[in-house]
Design a protein around this ligand. Structure first.
Ligand code: AMP
Ligand code: MG
Length: 333
């Protein structure tokens, strides 16, 4: 009887210390709210590790933080800059996506995004003459990079806003793996990563926001995948009744103006999903459908201004749109 009682106590005690539950931590960084929801013990140090990673990536990629490496590169004024391997590697990966998307992703756009006031929050339509001058400073093909030596032309500056959260996502996923976490949901603004499955073994269900609304336009199931959305409604201002959003077309220096309201990319890589969601948005529906055909492993959901939704056939069965939505499945052919 005494033995049985002892056994019960041990079971209860060990059950208590090993019980995992979802815990949440929220940080404000990269101009957005980052929420980490992790299945873990109460005494797990996972959130400290994740927050440290947020600080490190911010110290590398922030264009506005005067202490960051990117800030120093942007101040290099035509001189050769010795970058960390990590920064050089991110820039090389961005340039590869720039090539693949014919410059739709352009990390050299900072002079122009600044002129619109998007990084500072002081939003305004830039003066036409000034914009014309700045447009001469945004040629990403002028970025010289050899190993970790980087050289920009005087007046050039880089903006990693299109990829930073995706890059950070991948670094956080590495930490979750190292710490043997089995289940987590990372939300970094419009960047979601569904890590593992939910505790009961079912896939995560990710809502895709209906633009300019609190409603959900579609729901997607996901496991070990990033689901990243770029959209007009995520950052914009209005002047004279017209909306100006933050995703810029390098050809005009103005917000990309096409039939799209948002693009969502589903990929095992947070970086790829983030880079391509911005690039496909700039390309518009037809060109990005063609681009997807060269990149068939990713899933894509396009929401049009008229409310119609296009989605790639590899998402079939995992994707359901709100009732009454016009939907079109895009095939490889
Ligand atoms: P995202 O929210 O990932 O689509 O990224 C948008 C952010 O990337 C903007 O707020 C700008 O900082 C920057 N950006 C805007 N247009 C472009 C572009 N065409 N290529 C690369 N970065 C861009
Ligand atoms: Mg992006």
């Amino acid at each position: 009887m005494v033995l049985l009682l002892c056994l019960l106590l041990v079971t209860a005690a060990s059950g208590c210390s090993q019980r995992k539950e979802y815990q949440e931590s929220t940080v404000y960084a990269m101009d957005t709210i980052l929420t980490f929801q992790v299945l873990t013990d109460s005494d797990s140090g996972i959130f400290d590790l994740l927050r440290k990673e947020v600080d490190q990536v911010n110290l590398m990629l922030s264009a506005t933080d005067a202490g960051s490496e990117l800030y120093r590169l942007n101040q290099s004024d035509g001189k050769c800059f010795e970058a960390s391997e990590e920064l050089a590697d991110v820039i090389v990966r961005c340039l590869s996506v720039a090539k693949e998307t014919n410059g739709a992703l352009n990390i050299a756009l900072y002079p122009v995004t600044q002129a619109w006031g998007f990084p500072s929050g002081d939003y305004h339509i830039p003066n036409g003459e000034i914009l014309k001058e700045l447009m001469k400073k945004i040629d990403w093909e002028e970025i010289q990079i050899e190993q970790n030596q980087i050289q920009l032309l005087p007046g050039m500056a880089l903006d990693m806003g299109a990829v930073g959260k995706g890059y950070l996502t991948d670094r956080c996923v590495e930490i979750l793996k190292e710490q043997q976490i089995s289940s987590a949901l990372l939300k970094l603004g419009g960047n979601i990563y569904a890590y593992g499955t939910r505790e009961d073994g079912s896939a995560w269900r990710i809502g895709i926001q209906k633009p300019f609304s609190e409603e959900v336009a579609a729901v997607l199931t996901a496991k070990n995948e990033a689901v990243v959305t770029s959209g007009t409604y995520q950052r914009y201002f209005e002047e004279d009744g017209k909306k100006y959003h933050h995703i810029i077309d390098s050809a005009t220096g103005y917000p990309a103006d096409n039939e799209l309201e948002s693009v969502t990319i589903v990929s095992a890589s947070g970086f790829q999903a983030d880079a391509l969601s911005t690039a496909y948005f700039v390309m518009g529906l037809d060109a990005s459908i063609q681009a997807w055909k060269q990149n068939p492993d990713i899933g894509v959901i396009w929401i049009l201004k008229d409310g119609a939704i296009y989605y790639t056939e590899n998402l079939n069965g995992r994707f359901s749109a709100a009732e009454g939505t016009e939907t079109y499945m895009v095939r490889q052919e």
